[in-house]
Design a protein around this ligand. Structure first.
Ligand SMILES: [Zn+2]
Length: 154
């Protein structure tokens, strides 16, 4: 009897912390709203982890000074300071703006990759690889079609 009470208390204390807590996003929309807000390609990338064809985004070769925002929620993601030409056909950055993205392990397509997602809306942005140039050695490989570039005013 006594041991079952202890077990019950233990379960009450431990179980809630074991349960996977869904991430709460600042920006939330229904699927229909996302469809309305985004172009079909943006919707496919951001909401269904799609990938644009290499070299198809105008962001890729942009060299202007400014900031890159999430097209789904206008979260500031990357500064042009960390952008570099990777030769992959996708916009590449050494580091995101602090706290703007989070990472999840992605084991799809028989690969082990770290997926990069927007912290504010949970939208899929791309992947991060450890073959970038100094100082970070990281390559944030991002779909340019879900980035909105805004030039810094001089
Ligand atoms: Zn976002």
């Amino acid at each position: 009897m006594r041991s079952s009470i202890v077990l019950l208390l233990f379960m009450l204390a431990v179980l809630p912390t074991l349960a996977e807590k869904p991430r709460e996003f600042k920006v939330q929309h229904t699927d229909a709203e996302w469809r309305e807000m985004l172009t079909p390609e943006q919707y496919q990338i951001l909401r269904h982890k799609g990938t644009e064809r290499a070299g198809t985004s105008s962001c890729t070769y942009l060299k202007d000074t400014g900031n890159y925002y999430c097209v789904g929620c206008h979260n500031l993601l990357f500064s042009s300071d960390s952008k570099f030409e990777s030769g992959t056909g996708w916009p590449s950055f050494g580091i995101p703006v602090e706290g703007s993205v989070y990472k999840e392990l992605d084991t799809s397509h028989g690969m082990r990759r770290w997926e990069v997602l927007c912290s504010d809306c949970g939208g899929h942005l791309g992947h991060v690889f450890k073959d970038g140039p100094p100082p970070t050695g990281l390559r944030y490989c991002i779909n340019g079609k879900v980035l909105k570039f805004e030039k810094t005013k001089e």
